[in-house]
Design a protein around this ligand. Structure first.
Ligand SMILES: Nc1nc2c(c(=O)[nH]1)N[C@H]1C(S)=C(S)[C@@H](COP(=O)(O)O)O[C@H]1N2
Ligand SMILES: [Mo]
Length: 591
C-alpha cells in the first residue's frame, strides 16, 4: 500500500473487506448426474388435463374433445354415406376423383435419399417434440400478449395461479412421465433445452438438404398444389374417406389432394413456422428487433410454436394411421425400399428402423439422468455458435413505454433467508454495501446511498425467463458502465461474477458470470428501483442485475458483490453460474 497511485481511491469507498472474495461461499461440487436429490430435491408435482379459457375465469377441459370428436366423426360418416347415393355427388366424385394432374416432367416413384431423409426427420422429431413438451411443463401456460398475467392464460395444464404474492414460476412447474418428457423430471428445462436446441440444428440441416434435393430433382412438384382443382379434389377425397369407401391410392405417382395439402402445409408452412416462432422467443433478437417483436411478442411466438407442435402431432397420428390402413405393405415399400409392390421388404426395413426408434426413445431420459454433462456439452457444441452470434447484438433499441409495463411480474428463484440478509433487511439496508473487486484498479464498497448518488439510469425492458414467462418493467438504478468507470477493470478482466445473498437450492450462494463486453451495453444495469418504487424483497432488494440480451436466470437478485475475473472456470463449480453448475444450463443464453 506504499504505492502512491493507490491514493486516488476515495477512502470512504473502501470498506474493511473490499478486497475479500465471496468465492468461498460458493458450492464447488462437480455434479455429474441427476439423482433423487438433484436441484434441491424438488418434489414431483403433476399438472391437470389441458384446459382452454373460453371467457373470464371459464375453462374448457380439452378431454371433452374426445367424445365430441367421436360424435362428430359418426355424424360425418353418416352424412357422407348418405350423400354417396346422391347423383350430383356421384357426378362430382367422377369429375374430381381426388388428385390433380401432375406436370409431364414430374418424377414418379421415391428415390432412396427420400427414404433416408424421411427416417432422419422422424427420428430427430421424436427428441424435439419430447424435449419441447418438457420445456412447456416448466411454465405450463400459454398467453397471447407479452404480459404473463395469471388468469389471462389461454391454455394451461396446471391449476390456476394461487394467491400467494411470492409464488414462484419454479413452484408452478410440473412433472412429466419419463417416457413422455425428455427428461420428465420437474424443472429439468436446462437439459431439455440442450436436447431441443441441439437436435433442432440437426433437424434444420436435414430440412435444408431436403429442400435442396426436392428442388433439384423435381420432387417438389409432388408436394406443392399446382392447380386450383386441388380444392374440389380434396373435398371429394374427404367424402370418400368419410363414407368409408376410400379413394384408390396411387402414391407412387401422385398423392391425393387432401394428402398433398397436408404434406404441403407440413413441409412449407409448419416447418419454417417452427423455426421462426422459435427464434421469436429469443431475448437477444426480440430486444434488438423491437419493431417486429412489438407485434410478434415472445408469448405470441411461444403460443404459435405450441400450435405448430399440435399440427405436427396431429399430422403424425393421421399420417401413420392412413399409411397403415391404405395398403401398408405397398406404402412401406414406397418410403423404406423405393419400390412399388406388395413384398415384405419395406416392412422389414421399417421394422428395423422402429427398433432403433424405440430403443432410443426408451433410453433417452435415463441416459440424460446418467450423463447430463454429455447432453450439456453436445447440446452446446451444436447450438452454442448461434447463441454466441446473437449475444453480440447490442440490445440498445429494445425499449418499451410506460403503457407497456406488465400488471403482473412473476417471481422466481430461491429467496434469501440467511441471518446476514435478514439483518440488513430489518435495517432497511442502511448497513448494506456492494463490494466490487477482483481484477480492477479501484476496488470499492458502495452503500446504497453512494449507489444512488451515481448517475441515475432508467429503462423499460422485457424480462425473458428460461421457463417461458415474460414481463415488462421499468428499472431504475445505475448502469454497469458507471460502475466500470468507478472501478476501472484491468485489461485481463474478461468475466464479471455477480454474487447473491441468497443460497441456491443445493446450498452455496447463487451467482452468475457475464462477459465483460456486455457490461458496457446500454441496457446492462444494477437496479434498486422497479416501476418507480424501491425494489421489493421478491424482485431482489436491495440490488439486482439487468442484462437484456440474456435470459432471466442470469440476472442475479439480492446482489452483495461483483468480482472481475479472467475466466469463470476459477469460480464455484466452474461452469459460469449456479444454474450451469447445478442444473446443466448454458452460460450463453441469447436464445
Ligand atoms: N439470487 C438469485 N437470483 C436470481 C434467481 C435465484 O434463484 N436466485 N433466479 C433467477 C431467475 S430464474 C429469474 S427468471 C429472475 C426472476 O426475477 P424476478 O423474481 O424479479 O422476476 O431472477 C433470477 N435471479
Ligand atoms: Mo428464470
Amino acid at each position: 500500500m506504499d504505492d502512491p497511485s493507490d491514493q486516488h481511491v476515495p477512502a470512504a469507498d473502501i470498506g474493511p473487506g473490499a478486497s475479500a472474495s465471496f468465492r468461498s461461499e460458493l458450492d464447488s461440487t462437480h455434479y455429474t448426474s441427476v439423482d433423487e436429490d438433484w436441484a434441491g430435491h424438488l418434489p414431483a408435482q403433476y399438472g391437470v388435463a389441458p384446459r382452454v379459457r373460453i371467457g373470464q375465469g371459464k375453462w374448457f377441459n380439452l378431454l371433452w374433445l374426445i367424445p365430441i370428436g367421436l360424435l362428430l366423426l359418426i355424424i360425418g360418416i353418416a352424412v357422407a354415406k348418405g350423400t354417396r347415393d346422391v347423383p350430383a355427388v356421384q357426378h362430382f366424385i367422377r369429375q374430381y376423383p381426388g388428385a390433380s394432374e401432375l406436370p409431364d416432367n414430374a418424377p414418379a416413384g421415391f428415390p432412396t435419399w427420400l427414404g433416408w431423409q424421411h427416417f432422419l426427420n422422424l427420428f430427430l422429431m421424436i427428441f424435439i417434440i419430447r424435449s419441447g413438451v418438457t420445456i412447456i411443463a416448466d411454465h405450463p401456460r400459454f398467453y397471447w400478449t407479452r404480459h404473463s398475467t395469471p388468469g389471462k392464460d389461454w391454455f394451461r395444464i396446471q391449476k390456476p395461479v394461487p394467491a400467494d404474492p411470492l409464488y414462484t414460476a419454479k413452484q408452478d412447474s410440473i412433472t412429466l412421465p419419463d417416457g413422455v418428457g425428455l427428461p420428465g423430471r420437474r424443472h429439468s428445462i436446462g437439459l431439455a433445452r440442450w436436447w431441443h436446441l441441439g437436435v433442432d440444428t440437426l433437424w434444420l440441416l436435414n430440412g435444408l438438404v431436403f429442400y435442396i434435393l426436392i428442388f433439384t430433382t423435381g420432387q417438389w412438384m409432388r408436394l406443392v398444389p399446382l392447380s386450383w382443382d386441388v380444392i374440389p379434389n380434396s373435398i371429394s377425397v374427404a367424402i370418400q374417406y368419410l363414407s368409408l369407401d376410400w379413394p384408390v391410392e396411387s402414391g407412387w405417382v401422385n398423392y391425393n389432394s387432401l394428402q398433398l395439402i397436408a404434406y404441403f402445409v407440413t413441409v412449407f408452412i409448419a416447418a419454417p413456422a417452427a423455426l421462426i416462432t422459435g427464434l421469436g422467443m429469443s431475448p437477444a433478437l426480440s430486444t434488438r428487433f423491437r419493431g417486429i417483436s412489438s407485434v410478434f411478442s415472445i408469448q405470441l411466438a411461444r403460443s404459435l410454436h405450441f400450435l405448430v407442435l399440435c399440427w405436427f402431432v396431429m399430422f403424425i397420428v393421421v399420417h401413420v394411421t392412413l399409411v397403415l390402413t391404405t395398403g401398408a405393405l405397398r406404402n412401406l415399400n414406397h418410403m423404406y425400399a423405393s419400390r412399388n409392390d406388395e413384398s415384405w421388404v419395406g416392412f422389414w426395413i421399417f421394422a428395423a428402423s422402429m427398433v432403433v426408434v424405440i430403443v432410443s426413445w426408451v433410453a433417452a431420459t435415463p441416459f440424460t439422468y446418467r450423463h447430463p454433462r454429455v447432453v450439456q456439452n453436445v447440446g452446446f457444441a451444436l447450438i452454442g455458435p448461434a447463441q454466441r452470434l446473437f449475444e453480440h447484438i447490442d440490445s440498445k433499441p429494445g425499449r418499451y413505454a410506460e403503457k407497456d409495463i406488465s400488471p403482473y411480474f412473476w417471481h422466481n428463484g430461491k429467496y434469501p433467508e440467511t441471518p446476514e440478509y435478514k439483518q440488513l433487511e430489518a435495517g432497511a439496508f442502511a448497513n448494506y454495501t456492494l463490494r466490487v473487486n477482483g481484477l480492477v484498479e479501484n476496488p470499492v464498497e458502495l452503500s446504497l446511498e453512494q449507489l444512488r448518488a451515481l448517475p441515475h439510469h432508467e429503462q423499460i425492458t422485457q424480462h425473458f425467463c428460461i421457463q417461458g414467462w415474460s414481463g415488462v418493467a421499468k428499472w431504475g438504478g445505475v448502469s454497469m458502465q458507471a460502475i466500470l468507470d468507478v472501478v476501472k477493470p484491468k485489461p485481463e478482466a474478461k468475466w464479471v461474477i455477480f454474487y447473491s445473498f441468497a443460497v441456491g437450492p443445493d446450498g452455496g450462494i447463487y451467482y452468475d458470470a457475464q462477459p465483460i463486453e456486455q457490461m458496457g451495453y446500454e441496457l446492462t444495469m444494477l437496479a434498486y428501483d422497479m416501476n418507480d418504487d424501491t425494489l421489493s424483497f421478491g424482485h431482489g432488494a436491495p440490488l439486482r442485475l439487468r442484462n437484456e440480451v440474456q435470459l432471466g436466470f442470469k440476472m442475479v437478485k439480492w446482489i452483495k458483490g461483483i468480482e472481475f475475473v479472467e475466466h469463470f472456470s476459477e469460480v464455484g463449480g466452474g461452469l459460469g453460474g449456479y444454474n450451469n453448475d447445478h442444473e446443466f444450463f448454458g452460460y450463453r443464453q441469447s436464445i
